[in-house]
Design a protein around this ligand. Structure first.
Ligand code: IPE
Ligand code: IPE
Ligand code: MG
Length: 249
C-alpha cells in the first residue's frame, strides 16, 4: 500500500450547490453565492500552501445566462466586487489570476476590471488561479477550430498537420497542464460542459458537500482519494507498477 499523499499539479472544481445552501436556510440564492466567494478564498489559500500549481474554478458557465436576470446580475456584481477586494491579496500571496471564457459578453466595466487584475497579478510565480467565466468546453473547442481554420485559410498551416497538440494549443487553457483532479461539489455527477477536452484523463471526484460548506478539510479528502488511485493512461496496472519501480519511486 502506498499511503504517500500526491499533490495534484492541477485541480479543477465545479463549485455547485450555492443555491441549495441558501434555500436550506430560507435565504435568497444570492446569499449562497456570497458565502461561496468566502469558500473560494479559503480554497485558494489552501491550494497555495499545498503547492498546487493550477486551480481552475468554474464560476459561470455559458449556459448560466439562462438563469433569472436578477440572479445573473447578482453574480456579475459579486464577481466585480471580489475582483476589487481580492486583487491586492492575490498579488501579496504570489497568486496569478487568469480568466478563461468569452468575456466579450460581459459589461465594458467588468472586462476592464478583469484585464486590470490579470495584469496586476501577472508577475506572480505561485499558484495559477484560473477562473472560468462565461466558459463552456464546447465553446472552447469551437474557438480552437476557428483559429486553426483561419491559419489554414491564410496558408500558415496545412490541414494534415493538425494534431491533438495543436488543438490543445489553441484552447483557452493553452500553456496550462490538463487537470489531474476534478472535484464537483453539490451532489450532481456531471461535467456540465467544463474543461471537456482537457479532462480526457482527469480523475473525477464527486461530493455531496455544498460549495459554501466546502473547506480545506474536504479538499484534503479529495486529494487523499486522488492519491489512492492508479493512473494508467491506457496501460496495464502491472506496467505502471514496473515503470514506477524502475524510476525508484
Ligand atoms: C453554483 O451554484 C454557482 C453557479 C452556477 C454560478 P448553483 O447556483 O448552481 O447552486 P444550486 O445548484 O442551485 O444549488
Ligand atoms: C455548473 O453548475 C456551472 C458552475 C458551477 C458555474 P450548474 O449548476 O450551472 O450546472 P447544472 O446546470 O446543474 O448542470
Ligand atoms: Mg447548480
Amino acid at each position: 500500500m502506498n499511503d504517500e499523499i500526491k499533490i495534484p499539479t492541477h485541480i479543477a472544481i465545479v463549485m455547485d450547490g450555492n443555491g441549495r445552501w441558501a434555500k436550506a436556510r430560507q435565504r435568497p440564492r444570492f446569499m449562497g453565492h456570497k458565502k461561496g466567494v468566502e469558500t473560494v478564498r479559503e480554497i485558494v489559500k489552501a491550494c497555495s500552501s499545498l503547492k498546487v500549481e493550477c486551480l481552475s474554478l468554474f464560476a459561470f458557465s455559458s449556459e448560466n445566462w439562462k438563469r433569472p436576470e436578477e440572479e445573473v446580475k447578482n453574480i456579475m456584481g459579486l464577481f466585480m466586487m471580489a475582483l476589487d477586494r481580492e486583487a491586492k491579496a492575490l498579488a501579496r500571496n504570489n497568486v496569478r489570476l487568469e480568466i478563461i471564457g468569452d468575456i466579450s459578453q460581459f459589461s465594458e466595466k467588468l472586462q476592464k476590471k478583469i484585464k486590470k487584475v490579470e495584469n496586476y497579478t501577472a508577475k506572480s510565480t505561485g499558484l495559477r488561479l484560473i477562473i472560468a467565466a462565461n466558459y463552456g468546453g464546447r465553446w472552447d473547442i469551437t474557438e480552437s477550430a476557428k483559429k486553426l481554420a483561419r491559419k489554414i485559410q491564410s496558408k500558415q498551416l496545412d490541414t494534415d498537420s493538425i494534431t491533438e497538440e495543436s488543438i490543445s494549443n489553441h484552447l483557452a487553457t493553452r500553456g496550462i497542464p490538463d487537470p489531474d483532479l476534478f472535484i464537483r461539489t453539490g451532489g450532481e455527477k456531471r461535467i456540465s460542459n467544463f474543461l471537456i477536452w482537457q479532462m480526457a484523463y482527469t480523475e473525477l471526484y464527486f461530493t455531496d458537500v455544498l460549495w459554501p460548506d466546502f473547506n480545506p478539510e474536504e479538499l484534503n479528502k479529495a486529494i487523499a482519494d486522488y492519491s489512492s488511485r492508479q493512473r494508467r493512461f491506457g496501460k496495464t496496472g502491472e506496467q505502471v507498477i514496473a515503470e514506477k519501480s524502475s524510476k525508484g519511486d
